[in-house]
Unconditional design. Sequence first.
Length: 174
Amino acid sequence: MNYFDFYNIPMTFKPDAAALKKQFYANSKKYHPDFFATESEEKQAEILELSTLNNRAYKTLKDEEARMKYILDETGVYGKEGENKLPQDFLMEMMDINEEIMELQFDFDKDKYATAMQKIEAFEKSLYADVAEVLENWTQETGTAEDLKKVKNFYLKKKYLLRIKENVSTFAPA
């Protein structure tokens, strides 16, 4: 059973946060292991499994990035490690930023750092703008394979930019 079915909410990139939280608390109460202490071992194991599923589902669905990856996995769009390739044009665009980052590693300059970070943030905003409508409106019933492909590309690009930011944070002063 997928997490959306478990919570009885539609599969979407933007679920109702209040409904999600409400269902989590209801399930937490319903599947709390303490309420089944006198049940058989099989029943206790089942309840523990459901309680664990509830916690995993909530943790995944409340986090935008984890939810996006989860939907891509559930719909079969996200491939196994090594199968997900970034578009070549994106990698070419990133060459300039990567060169700037490498220069900063060897010769840190506060102004160049600020400029590089502004470029990355502008690029992130542009990426989001390209996919915002899909993220806002996609549901499993109405979405298309093309929509999911756009989201996958967005997700991979965003992960790439996050790695760049994490790399910069290792040598940039706080």
